[in-house]
Design a protein around this ligand. Sequence first.
Ligand SMILES: CC(C)(COP(=O)(O)OP(=O)(O)OC[C@H]1O[C@@H](n2cnc3c(N)ncnc32)[C@H](O)[C@@H]1OP(=O)(O)O)[C@@H](O)C(=O)NCCC(=O)NCCS
Length: 141
Amino acid sequence: MPITLREATAEDRDPVIALWRAAGLTRPWNDPEADYRLALENPTSTVLVAEDGGDTLAGAVMVGFDGHRGWVYYLGVAPGRQQQGTGRSLMTAAEVWLQARDCPKIMFMVRTDNLPTRAFYAALGYEDQAVVTMGRRLDGR
Ligand SMILES: CC(C)(COP(=O)(O)OP(=O)(O)OC[C@H]1O[C@@H](n2cnc3c(N)ncnc32)[C@H](O)[C@@H]1OP(=O)(O)O)[C@@H](O)C(=O)NCCC(=O)NCCS
């Protein structure tokens, strides 16, 4: 069955979070429910979902435009449905979503030691950037 891509709605929250958990994307210091709500509430971000006719979502990705760069988070494809082009389709959908907002560049963070995922992104034409990501929490966690 061909993949269908669409913007997520509030009703997709639990299936999307279940998928993120199954894909190993959740972290103890993140709150996926809050992350999902904020991504849909904020006018410059969204969650895109992939459906393949199955009972559960095939994949999902969060994307947002900060006015200068586009950022991607929480890209995940359901175990058992990986290696079938869904991740590529979701990244293309994220690129199209950003291009529609005149965003000039798409970026994301991958752990340095996550070599399989880096190989996936390299297959899509993404290149390593010579930068170090620095950050500090603002929510007291
Ligand atoms: C990373 C992930 C999103 C890839 O999605 P996917 O649907 O399995 O990938 P696709 O089938 O769309 O693959 C697209 C291309 O990447 C390549 N690729 C995918 N996984 C790869 C791997 N582990 N090693 C090397 N190449 C890989 C494919 O061969 C394909 O190349 P081709 O089109 O030239 O043949 C998926 O494996 C996943 O959800 N992983 C767990 C969560 C995760 O790590 N997310 C990223 C967080 S930064």
